[in-house]
Write a new protein. Sequence first.
Length: 255
Amino acid sequence: MIPIEYRMEEQVAVVTMGQGENRFTTAFLEIFEALLEEIETRTSATALLVTSAHEKIWANGLDLEWLRAETARDPGAAADLSARLGRFLFRLLTYPLTTIAAINGHAFAGGAIMACAFDFRFMRSDRGYFCFPGVDLGIALLPSMEAVLKKALPVPLVWEAQITGRRYTAGELDRRRPDPLPAVAVPRLRPLRRRRPRLPRPAARAEEGAAGVARDLGEPHVRAGHQPPRRRRPPRQQQHDVQPHAGPPVLRGPP
């Protein structure tokens, strides 16, 4: 099977990842990016949906076995893959179509990060875990990748997931979503039928502006076009004289 392919369903481009567990390699990311470019420039799609052909796994992150072999051959392979993954995530984040991750299986490590780069995520409730196992693998997230997680998940959940490596079901993630504030706040506001009373406005003439307002508020010394005199601090008078001395001069203040 072609690693990644797509079909059009009206205005929706349905992408199916079909490379086994859909682990990230340089070739996998190159093919995915080329597919995104083709969908954007050669179709009339307005939405992008990405799912997996694997019966249990949506995306499983970096292909570590491949990466170890590549690093033994080329010490810069890990840095190259990290840079390409960063560009790929940026492409998803800024993609002009509405993007949906249809998570029909496990989303682990880089696969979970990729899911967070989509605009929306739908996950099966009967299958699959969402997990960042970096703490178990000894792999730290780059700040840019952590920012992608915070774009999609509550910050406390991001920290918990990183330091525990816990596996979350779709139901657990749904319960950890922030409350939709308008949906919570509006019903509480509906019983409020009256406005609070307002203080009467100062009866100042428009041409007096702020000075008239200040006068009506009880500052009689303020008049239109007139500012109260500013206090001047008296000059400090201090005299010093130098008395003759056999040694270095001695400064003496006023008696």
